[in-house]
Write a protein of this length. Structure first.
Length: 1061
């Protein structure tokens, strides 16, 4: 059959179909680009998000939290809030320091903002108290952890430090520069001088520090004539022995008083600062991070190679262990993508072989790997990365990417069956389907691009989803219209000769043709006849389905976090607890862990704990506010790696519960928070911000709230940001002190030197820095210090401090926190991920009961933050995104169909996607979550694709057929294409529906929404779209009849009027 119009070699599609190599060249370029980019493209855990933050820190030695708040925060904070572009601000005053965290609006010029902040700080410097250090302004930088390397063994910590420095050097040599060493103590040389010695020899700590400082320095003394050598005077004193030989004082009789005679010189290492241990053995941690240009998987491979090489050179018993490796999570998701992609491809190919000839099915299915390869290539050029979100988008697109090829390939097959030559069929299919396929792809891109309207950090996080989907759609269009038609010409030419592998298609095609002609065609005629009943039933199903959500049959949970295998247990001791008390608590946690580990091994056959690292002097992970305000000796933690979630039948929450029950809490313990590490948006499941004018009242309200929340199921890790402080001793001069000429500044300076010591010098020890400090022995700075210590007055005599000042004690809190200028307290906690109903109950109790009670009982204002705030922001932005998506789709359809009403018929199928989404979640027993909403927004653009192609065909048939016949013929002829596009999309996602890996569970809400929504959409397009078109036709005829009747009435009135005249 000839084409309706004379054709020449002018059509671009004709050219691509007839050219012998053009299509294959493009295919080769796409595949080669994908392979090349696949080897080069960066991989990481999450997309790079540069926080628009500037931090200011101010130090004031000896100042309490209230002093810092009143003298520094209130003055500097008000000025910083006035900086242009500041979106929110958090100020925290602690003992001796204050921090100001400024978060700026997303479109702020951060370079200018940093200059503005520095200018404000410099201007305000004169208003701040004397004695404070110069404020430090720092812009937040980007750093993403790749892995931790732990070196441990039964040797001295200094030896471990040397091994850590050696490993760091080797990593630097390999180009891995983001390596920091933690837990390697900086040596501290303490020169402890008892007060009795100071009095006996009429010395002060300042005198001794000046002498030691002078003796430790060497001074250049010039060069010998000719420059052959340099002269330097003095000795380099670095050891205890060298320092002990320093002459402190000489008598008139010639006797020399050495430092060792009056002071005890002690070298400290692991006894201070941050210290790690594993099973009682000292350990050192190297944190490996990457910058914005680093590749997570590549860096991980380099680290593994270096560690494996170094392990062979270490002494027996010393081991190197990689922990918390994020590259593994990326590899797991890559494996999921490849495995499920291949499975989905096999299902799609098998389904295509039923509906299409073997060659046609092959070339249609080939569009998946070709488009995916081209997508990787374009992503690489655009600077995108393979991360958890872009991989997530690629998984979503597995079933979508083949739709374009199906529409073009199936229509070419249809035209070939109608008698067109292979060349004509392939070229005409590309021409005819360009409009509907392009518009369908555009609507898909618009739908996912609506996600760009979601703001905040979560919006920054998911921006890779719409970008990746858009790239996939572009690659799919190129493959479907520039490559596939040429291959279809060859496939259709070969199809004229039956092949053995076409027998499934031949058998199925005979049955499908019979079904379409004998059963489906009369059925569609009856659907059109009963169109209003069909529409009524559809509306009823949508309403019944919606009620399942509103009555709680299907639950809502903002985010179902993918479980990881890391648990962080942090604790803080009460003020006054010693480092040995903290160490004892760590040992108790280790004991309890061993007991629970053995118990689980006996029950389940495998020990759950893969690795455990203890820490003293700091906390692990995030979400422990007390870590910012406590002394390092009062802090401790454990970081535990469990078995992979897929290798154990229990959740991390079950293990946490058992461990917490086994831990025996000592009397000096203030807070213990044990939390699992889960992926997703940052922030706590429970995050309540309390605002008020009285810090004491805020603390009372927080304690009441924590007690009430602790009684709810699934709640753990409750804590607040206001820790109790050590006692504050207030000193005021007595008349005797004033008479002796003593001033408050003199006393403050002397006491500060005795209590905190005087740093004399610093010198390098390898890559560490050793400090020499002069002070009193620890046993002389106890609670009786203020009563027993003596000060030298102007006449040279020593007077007890208690005679010079009055002593008064007060108690307070270790920090004062402000948000946007208001005093605030934050209560945080975790909620079990295993039970969505428990999470809903916690939120309900908070909003309806506890927060109103706090207002009535304590008079404090409260706001739900954390995940709750993110949820509110997300839902608000999601509504906006969906609205913009609908407007964009409507405008595109108006342009495609040149009609204002026709797009409404096509878009009317979108609400029916709710049926599949809700019932899918009900069948799988999962809660609707934010990823369900993301899936629904995307589904809005996909579900109408078949409707677009169907309506386009019906409108084309209406040019030469009656409306009813065009409607029936169009639905009947496009039945195969509609089934293919919908079913292949569902089949492409089907493997993920039944993926048992917990790594894939965070994908399940989106997969369920898309698979079930599009599955229902198949029947909606086939049944509801024809009914809607028929109803629209009825409405149009009614309008036309009414218009004609009105016009007839007008003419009749005019005619009667003219006759009357």
């Amino acid at each position: 059959m000839k084409l309706p119009q004379a054709q020449s070699f002018t059509s671009f599609f004709d050219y691509m179909v007839r050219h012998r190599t053009a299509a294959n060249l493009i295919l080769a370029i796409m595949v080669v680009a994908g392979v090349f980019a696949g080897l080069k493209i960066r991989t990481q855990y999450f997309p790079d998000i540069i926080f628009d933050e500037i931090n200011v820190s101010v130090s004031w030695s000896g100042a309490g939290p209230e002093d810092m708040d009143e003298a520094v925060v209130e003055i500097l904070g008000a000025k910083l809030l006035a900086v242009e572009g500041v979106d929110s601000a958090t100020f925290i005053a602690r003992e001796g320091r204050a921090s100001f965290e400024l978060e700026f609006e997303s479109d702020t010029d951060m370079g200018q903002a940093a200059d503005d902040v520095k200018s404000v700080v410099d201007t305000a410097r004169s208003s701040l108290p004397d004695g404070i250090d110069d404020p430090v302004v720092k812009r937040a930088g980007f750093s993403d952890r790749v892995t931790n390397v732990v070196i441990f063994g039964p040797i001295d910590i200094d030896q471990l430090s040397q091994f850590a420095e050696e490993l760091q050097t080797k990593l630097f040599r390999e180009g891995v520069t983001g390596v920091t060493i933690q837990g390697s103590p900086n040596p501290l040389i303490r020169i402890d001088t008892p007060e009795a010695q100071l009095v006996q020899h009429n010395l002060t700590l300042a005198d001794i520090s000046a002498i030691v400082e002078g003796e430790m320095e060497t001074t250049p003394a010039g060069s010998i004539s000719g420059g052959s050598a340099r002269l330097r005077t003095g000795e380099t004193r670095r050891t205890k022995e060298d320092l002990g030989n320093i002459i402190v004082k000489s008598t008139e009789a010639g006797e020399k008083l050495q430092l060792r005679s009056i002071a005890n010189i002690i070298t400290e290492g692991a006894e201070s600062g941050v210290a790690y241990s594993h099973k009682g053995m000292p350990a050192i941690l190297l944190r490996v991070s990457r910058d914005a240009s680093g590749d997570t998987v590549g860096i991980q491979k380099q680290v593994e190679d270096v560690v494996a090489d170094m392990q062979t050179d270490l002494p027996n018993g010393v081991e190197v262990r990689l922990t918390e490796t994020r590259a593994q999570a990326i590899s797991d998701r890559l494996d999921i993508l490849v495995k499920n992609g291949l499975t989905g491809l096999a299902l799609v190919l098998a389904f295509l072989f039923l509906f299409l000839s073997g060659r046609t099915a092959f070339w249609v299915a080939a569009g998946i790997p070709v488009a995916m390869a081209a997508t990787i290539g374009i992503m690489y050029v655009m600077g995108l990365t393979l991360n958890m979100l872009s991989l997530f988008a690629l998984i979503i697109c597995l079933g979508i990417v083949v739709d374009d090829a199906i529409v073009v390939g199936e229509h070419a097959d249809f035209l070939s069956r109608k008698g067109y030559s292979p060349e004509q069929a392939a070229s005409l299919a590309a021409k005819r389907m360009l409009g509907p396929v392009f518009s369908a792809s555009i609507t898909t891109v618009i739908a996912f691009s609506g996600l760009l309207a979601i703001g905040g950090r979560f919006g920054d996080l998911i921006v890779d989803i719409p970008l990746t989907v858009s790239v996939v759609m572009v690659a799919s269009l190129v493959e479907s219209f520039l490559i596939l038609p040429a291959h279809m010409r060859h496939a259709l030419s070969a199809s004229s000769k039956p092949a053995w592998y076409d027998w499934p298609n031949r058998i199925f095609d005979r049955g499908f043709s019979w079904f379409r002609r004998t059963l489906f065609r009369p059925f569609i005629a009856r659907v059109i006849e009963w169109r209003y009943a069909v529409l009524g039933i559809t509306v009823m199903l949508v309403m019944v389905t919606a009620s399942m959500y509103f009555d709680g049959t299907v639950k809502w949970r903002f985010f179902s976090s993918p479980e990881r295998n890391v648990i962080n247990a942090n604790f803080a001791m009460l003020p006054g607890a010693s480092r040995s008390d903290t160490t004892a608590m760590v040992r108790e946690m280790e004991r309890a862990l061993d007991v629970v580990d053995q118990r689980f091994e006996d029950e389940y056959g495998r020990p759950p704990v893969d690795f455990a690292l203890s820490k003293i002097g700091a906390v692990s992970g995030w979400g422990f506010p007390a870590g910012d305000t406590k002394d390092e000796d009062e802090l401790g933690s454990m970081a535990i790696e469990l078995l992979d979630p897929d290798k154990r039948p229990y959740s991390a929450y079950e293990f946490i519960g058992a461990w917490q029950k086994e831990i025996k809490e000592p009397p000096l313990l203030e807070t213990l928070a044990v939390r699992g590490s889960f992926g997703g948006p940052s922030g706590d499941a429970i995050d309540v911000r309390l605002y008020g004018t009285s810090t004491n009242v805020l603390k009372e309200a927080a304690e009441y709230l924590k007690q009430a929340l602790a009684s709810l199921d699934g709640v753990s890790g409750l804590e607040d940001t206001l820790s109790y402080d050590k006692p504050e001793i207030n000193l005021a001069l007595t008349p005797k002190g004033q008479a002796l000429g003593v001033t408050s500044n003199d006393i403050a300076k002397t006491l500060r030197q005795r209590l905190e010591g005087i740093e004399v010098a610093e010198f390098p020890v390898g890559r560490r820095t050793a400090t020499v400090r002069v002070g009193l022995p620890e046993n002389e700075t106890n609670a009786a210090f203020v009563y027993d210590t003596r000060l030298r007055v102007s006449d040279g005599n020593y007077i007890a401090l208690s005679e010079l000042v009055t002593i008064d004690r007060s108690y307070g809190f270790s920090s004062v926190r402000r948000e946007d200028g208001l005093r605030t307290l934050q209560v945080t906690g975790a909620v079990s991920e295993d039970d969505p109903a428990a999470a809903q109950q916690v939120t309900k109790v908070l909003e309806e009961t506890l927060l109103p009670e706090l207002q009535s009982r304590f008079g404090v204002e409260s706001v739900l933050g954390g995940r709750a705030q993110q949820e509110r922001d997300f839902l608000s932005d999601a509504v906006l995104a969906f609205g913009l998506c609908m407007i964009g789709i409507y405008l595109v359809l108006c342009w495609i169909f040149a009609s204002w009403s026709r797009p409404l018929v096509i878009m009317a199928v979108i609400p029916t996607g709710v049926i599949g989404m809700v019932w899918g979640h009900y069948i799988h027993g999962i809660a609707i979550s934010m990823f369900s909403i993301v899936g629904f927004v995307g589904m809005a653009g996909i579900i109408i694709n078949d409707s677009i192609v169907l309506v386009t065909t019906i409108d084309e048939y209406r040019l030469d057929r009656p409306f009813r016949q065009a409607l029936i013929d169009g639905v009947t002829d496009r039945l195969r294409a509609v089934i293919l596009t919908s079913a292949t999309t569902v089949f492409g996602l089907a493997p993920l529906l039944f993926e048992t890996s917990r790594q894939a569970q965070f994908l399940l809400p989106t997969v369920v929404t898309l698979a079930y929504g599009l599955g229902v959409g198949l029947f909606v397009v086939i049944l509801v779209t024809p009914a809607l078109l028929a109803a629209q036709h009825d409405f149009g005829q009614s309008i036309t009849s009414g218009r004609r009747l009105f016009q007839h009435g007008v003419k009749r009135r005019k005619s009667l009027g003219s006759q009357a005249t």
